[in-house]
Ligand binder design. Structure first.
Ligand SMILES: [Zn+2]
Length: 85
C-alpha cells in the first residue's frame, strides 16, 4: 500500500467518499437494539457533522455530538429539539 494521505492512524470522516480528517464525533445508538450504555461512534469533518447528525435524528436515534478526542460513554434517551428546560 502506498500511503498518499491515507494514514490509517489519522481518522477520517465517515461520510462516504469524503475522507477529510475527522474533527467531530457523533455518538449515537438505536434504542430498539442498543441499551443506553451502548455507544456507536461516527467520525465527521466540519462539513459533514450536521449532515450525519440529521441522518441519525431523522431516524429518531439519540445523538450526542462531541469534539474529536472527547469520549462519550452514554447517549441519553430522547433529545427533544428546543426542549431545553
Ligand atoms: Zn466529511
Amino acid at each position: 500500500m502506498i500511503g498518499l494521505g491515507s494514514d490509517p492512524s489519522s481518522p477520517q470522516c465517515s461520510r462516504a467518499g469524503c475522507g477529510l480528517p475527522a474533527t467531530t464525533t457523533l455518538n449515537w445508538r438505536n434504542p430498539k437494539i442498543h441499551t443506553a450504555d451502548r455507544v456507536k461512534v461516527w467520525l465527521a469533518c466540519d462539513d459533514h457533522a450536521d449532515y450525519l447528525r440529521d441522518f441519525l435524528e431523522a431516524r429518531n436515534f439519540p445523538v450526542v455530538v462531541a469534539k474529536f478526542g472527547v469520549e462519550v460513554t452514554v447517549v441519553p434517551d430522547a433529545v427533544h429539539p428546543g426542549g431545553m428546560a
